[in-house]
Design a protein around this ligand. Sequence first.
Ligand SMILES: Cc1cc2nc3c(=O)[nH]c(=O)nc-3n(C[C@H](O)[C@H](O)[C@H](O)COP(=O)(O)OP(=O)(O)OC[C@H]3O[C@@H](n4cnc5c(N)ncnc54)[C@H](O)[C@@H]3O)c2cc1C
Length: 574
Amino acid sequence: SSIILDSAADLNKLNLKFDFIVVGGGAAGAVVANRLSENPNNSVLVLEAGISNAGILDIIVPFFSPRAVPNTAVDWNYSTTAQVGLGGRSLAYPRGFVLGGSSSVNDMVYTRGSKEDYDRWANITGDDGWSWNQLIPYMRKNERFTPPSNETTEKFNPAVHGYDGINTVSLQGFPTVIDSRVIQTTTELAEFPFNLDMNSGYPLGIGWEQQTVKNGSRSSSATSYLASQFISRPNLHVLLHARVTRVLQTNSNNTFRTVEFVQDLAGEKLTLTAEKEVILSAGSIGTPNILLHSGIGNSSTLSSLGIDVVHDLPSVGQNLTDHALVSVAFLVNSSGTWEDAERNATLAAEQLAQWNTTRTGPLIDSPTPQIGWLRVPDNSSIFNQFPDPSAGPETPHYELIFTSGFFGVPPPTGNFISIIPAVVSPASRGSVKLQGNDSLSAPLIDPNLLGSEVDLLIMREAIKSALRFATAPAWQDFVISPFNVNSTYTDEELDDFIRENAGTVFHPSGTAKMSPKGATWGVVDPDLSVKGLSGLRVVDLSIAPLIPAAHTQAAAYIIGERGSDLIKEAWGQI
Ligand SMILES: Cc1cc2nc3c(=O)[nH]c(=O)nc-3n(C[C@H](O)[C@H](O)[C@H](O)COP(=O)(O)OP(=O)(O)OC[C@H]3O[C@@H](n4cnc5c(N)ncnc54)[C@H](O)[C@@H]3O)c2cc1C
């Protein structure tokens, strides 16, 4: 009996009390709901603003992930403020509006980040529980590593994976025209070494992508942590179309266990009170938005917006950090790139039929067969001007994402591949702010992409690196020429190219960041409880004090796993 409900009236009829109310059924929220409801004595409710994930082809078929967002029914359909670092452009800023949250709409790349990334969290928070070594058990609780049955260990290191976790992680199952050339390049150009497994804590080098795909379909937090065997627990309920507008004081002044929500944007405001705790898992945009509308934030800014201040916490919504990317496209002399099916409806229909009938073919994989993680050399003049923004010498400054097709809308003719550099240890910081006191209006989202000069300089180097990669002998009978940028560009021309073309990897983090217990800055303590309040915790990527140099879903899952244990610990359940 599935207990996913659509209407609060149906929930009320059940006449239940809930120990824990989880706000947002995304990557981290679904983990919390699953782990807390393992204990049959805990009654757990998830309030998810978005829709059901069931039956939506664009989020089930891995290769269709770029169609899932932006501007669809499963997207919050946000956009950013004008980005200074991008020449004043505003970008679409998708977030999953669906059970599973952004894990239901993301591109399925699964990367943990570096050991140094998490050790830096431990240093900043003063809690060694956030160090890499202590988080390994939580990485393994998340991961059910399931390489294709014919896969050898030439593509991964079996020793670093979890095999009994809940979320399936696999390797690409269908070959692409770039695979052998990318790997051959690692034997030809010393600056691009092969890395057998980028999830070992030591990501530097070029290697095979690991992806959240199970038997040819997306594995999201909704299909894994909220799979039927879990959602059928009598002590776990999920209410969809339930958009939390505020958390409210319960009884005493500093206790916040009551949530206010709406099901219909024009409808009445409903409230529910948790017996034990409310857990905000609404993500790096949703969580600060709820806190600010609740009067928890910078008191003078809130007052000026006409919001009653209940708790002065100036860091709420600050520290928004994201990864910028830009695509370097190459014209190639080969068929077998994405453009073939993009320009041929018959071929596209055949591929879908193959996926439908046998879960084989090109649609079973995310669009990213290989990835590289690289550093600007230590002796670069960049570091005479700016401190190194990375977590340490084993942590990348930038990433190269390899695809066997044109990233974005392809030109009318020609076959393409793309190498997509991204700045993964950025210095730029932005913010989530309110535009007014209407709790249903969209917040002002400023990721400040490439807003710090050092990030722009690193992006320049990353583009040059992508261009050098494609000059290896491995590409000589394949690449005809770079298509949208080339090695004759001056630094000024590169900067113009970046500002005109850069976008986001969709990794907003850090807007409710952790700090040491007792610190006057930060939003949550290392146990993820909101500073100065009781009954209220945050468990999602917003608590990251610094963005990991990685695609961020693994971090969100890890936070969900450790966060669940911290809650159980607080209630004497472990
Ligand atoms: C287009 C896209 C591509 C991406 N690609 C990758 C990738 O390939 N690899 C990778 O590792 N990461 C990727 N990411 C990022 C990754 O998915 C996120 O970092 C991760 O999902 C964050 O987890 P979270 O739990 O913090 O938030 P989310 O997963 O976003 O969950 C937040 C949930 O809260 C709900 N919510 C928000 N506000 C409210 C409210 N007021 N009331 C009730 N519910 C609310 C949302 O609807 C959502 O379900 C991508 C993201 C996007 C958008």
